[in-house]
Design a protein around this ligand. Sequence first.
Ligand code: ADP
Ligand code: MG
Length: 447
Amino acid sequence: MEFFDPSELWNRCLQEAENRLESTEFESWLKNSLYEDINGTRLVIRFRNSFVAGHVKSRFGDMLESIIRNISGRSDLALQFVGNPAEPGPSTTVSLPLGSSHSASDYTFLRSNYTFEHFVVGPSNQLAHAGALAVSRDIGSTNYNPLFIYGGVGLGKTHLIQAIAHHLRQESSKRTFRYISTELLVETFIKSVLQNDYTTFRKLFHGIDYFLMDDIQFLKGKVETQEAFFHRFNELTQQGKQIVLTSDRPPHELPGLPERLISRFQSGLVADIKPPEYETRLAILQLLVRDEELEVSLDVLDFIASSIRKNVRQLSGVIHRLAAMSRLTGCKVDMNLAQKEISSSLGTITRRLTPGNITSIVAESFDISPSQLKGKQRKRNILVPRQVAMSLMRELTTMSLMDIGSFFSGRDHSTVLNSIERIKELKKNDPELDRKIDEVKRKLISI
Ligand code: ADP
Ligand code: MG
């Protein structure tokens, strides 16, 4: 390669490293690294402190250098790992890339394949996709401000919000953006409070055309950050700046957020992403195998698309692992291998859906205690959640009616059956309850 963008090169290196390493390893050591500079033929990569930098050098240094050389085709490139002098100590988290809002360091947070080109559109995500595309083409189309995208875990929210950032970054009109996770916003705010200096916090919102913030549900309980954010939010919208937010639930279900903030969130376009339909899942699988340059027959893809229904991240996890296995062992990805992989990955999901987990999440959602839920009281506000829990156990676990009955203080199987029938009826006639049950299910599926 004659010419390369070193920041992009580091992004691609990270992507490859993520495929090779255990995800916990990648998340702990590499994920928050930042490309800083190029020094001759040496790329300087910054980590949150020198301990992390030293560890990465000794554990992964050789591997990362060989990836960089492979991707760039230049054998003279080397890597230098440095800590962040401003934030010593292992307890600090990623430092905030400030300076110009459109600076290269912002891009390090962007995953290079989270683009519109790599996003498969289907009925489940059509509205969110259309909204994202519209705001990235046209600033200040006030109807869509803010654009609020919500949906369960692993359904493409981060992908879409980053696609907007990629789009802005690539085009020539020089519109600037800030992309930030809500966690980082909260962290920055807390630091500002501690240091009694709000410059860094304010800079987050300054001089930008787009403010993109992922996972707004993490504002829960952060009252002071909410307050500060509320003011910045109003300022930005008054100035005609575009705001895009993502969340794991719709605005009115965000717990512990003040009403005025919620109504602001609702004032633009609220778009949900649902679990993808079969055709969309199949199309996503086809895209993933093409990226991995993997040969997989259609009936194997059909099998995977039929087995994993709820979560796109799981689909890509399966393909990454199959690709890794096939690269390591040289074997073909056939039905046999796919079945093994699916049963082990589904196994880990069903293991987490225990009656205990279901009970505590249902109890929490209906604001009663787990022991009330399992007990004998027949007041409606306790009886209905109990029946909900029973029907969810039936739906989401392999427990028999008898198993479920005995879990609920020794009730018999006909009680369980009646409860399930009752909930079916109620769901038809009570949209509020129907919605609530879906919400509980979303929570359960994502644990
Ligand atoms: P979320 O933020 O909603 O939890 P992500 O955006 O991280 O989910 O998506 C999880 C994974 O699934 C990512 O690898 C993403 O690229 C992929 N993905 C999700 N939806 C799609 C889609 N419609 N087309 C292609 N890939 C998708
Ligand atoms: Mg996300």
